[in-house]
Design a protein around this ligand. Structure first.
Ligand code: 5AD
Ligand code: SF4
Length: 367
């Protein structure tokens, strides 16, 4: 590893866009390892060598959106749609609390009708009663009005996850239908509203999208900084064979083992560079990493991630919540996922932050 790279890795938040691009583009195995090691050292210093869990309940795959890359997009008629019973969601939330996960994430496709909005509002209230408000609660249910976000915040939700997918409006436009319902500016404004209301705000991108450049990815990291983001959930793009983008990628022959490894490495580099640049935010090692490599999530923790999202979704619905092909953990039960993940964390040399919310220090430092 050259002295020039060492100096670059030490620059941290002082890096400029060109520096970010250089690091994202490293191809030599030793150079990449040096990047991951530097990011891991910053993680140890800023957020600790602790993996915090957010139990993930994917409670419904109904979606009004039609994102061209996603397996549960509205126009995919081959997916059987499901809703989880309210009591089952509450039972899984209690399980999550008792398993010591500290936090829960409720995720579904997007809906904006009043029935959905008040359903979530009541559900949040009931989940907050578990352990007397002991369970941290993140919502990940898409674009909503500021008023809706306020209602859910008042009910007790305090974190919200909404990926920008890409900070580049032109690329965003290629990935989404141009029907007036998939506007990049609306999404950005949602993130602003969430911050105003007082949520801990999470966003992220997909990495290795067709047509995406290293400059686009560097801009995504700059976007996280400029939007004062607390939590980052990002991961490699993974083909879903029943989607327009997936079909294009397959037809172009761009989904070989080599292509997948490239997207994995880019995903890990994004984690590491984001850690070096933003330091005290939460960064998730997402399941998509593991769709591309059996040790994807461990590699994510080694590259600077500090959050894991064990799947708590009921076993009978797991195979109906497939945003991409080869999703792991589909045949497992929550209990198995718990044991599996604690082994993965231990293999990295980190510990699990049991029973803690694991808020990002950034949220308390920011102005
Ligand atoms: N590959 C990777 N991530 C995907 N998502 C949706 N489809 C895919 C895919 N094919 C991600 C999006 C969305 C999140 C819930 O899942 O980033 O915000
Ligand atoms: Fe719906 Fe989200 Fe999939 Fe888009 S990415 S189609 S909003 S579930």
């Amino acid at each position: 590893v050259s002295p020039a790279l060492r100096a670059l890795l030490a620059k941290g938040p002082a890096m400029d866009r060109k520096n970010l691009v250089t690091l994202l583009g490293l191809t030599d195995a030793d150079d990449r390892q040096a990047l991951y090691d530097a990011a891991y050292a910053v993680k140890a210093e800023t957020v600790g060598r602790v993996a915090y869990y957010r139990g993930l309940i994917e409670f419904s795959n109904r979606c009004i959106k039609n994102c061209r890359y996603c397996g549960i997009r509205r126009d995919n008629t081959e997916v059987e749609r499901f809703d989880t019973e309210r009591d089952d969601i509450l039972a899984m939330a209690r399980w999550t609390y008792e398993a010591g996960y500290g936090s829960l994430t409720l995720q579904s496709g997007e809906r904006q009708d009043e029935e959905f909005i008040s359903y979530i509002e009541d559900l949040v209230r009931d989940i907050k009663k578990i352990g007397n408000g002991g369970l941290g609660l993140t919502l990940c249910v898409g674009e909503q009005t500021e008023e809706t976000y306020r209602r859910w915040f008042a009910a007790g939700a305090h974190r919200y996850l909404l990926r920008i997918e890409t900070s580049n409006p032109a690329l965003y436009a290629r990935l989404h239908p141009q029907d007036g319902h998939h506007e990049w500016t609306v999404r950005r404004d949602c993130l602003r509203a969430l911050g105003r209301i007082g949520y801990q705000v999470g966003t992220g991108d997909m990495i290795g999208l067709p047509g995406q450049t290293l400059e686009n990815l560097a801009d995504d990291i700059l976007f996280y900084r400029d939007m004062n983001i607390d939590m980052i959930g990002m991961g490699p793009y993974v083909v879903h064979h029943q989607t327009p983008v997936g079909k294009e990628v397959l037809a172009a022959g761009r989904d070989s083992q080599e292509d997948k490894l490239h997207r994995l490495h880019l995903g890990l580099a994004m984690i590491a560079v984001t850690r070096l640049f933003l330091r005290d935010v939460n960064i998730a090692a997402t399941t998509a990493l593991q769709a591309l490599h059996p040790l994807g999530r461990e590699l994510g923790l080694r590259a600077g991630a500090n959050i894991l999202m064990p799947i708590v979704t009921l076993p009978q619905f797991r195979s109906q919540y497939l945003l991409y092909d080869n999703k792991p953990c589909v045949d497992e039960q929550a209990e198995q996922c718990r044991n599996c993940l604690s082994g993965r964390v231990a293999s990295v040399g980190d510990t699990v932050g049991l029973g803690q919310w694991g808020d990002a220090p950034h949220f308390f430092h920011k102005k």
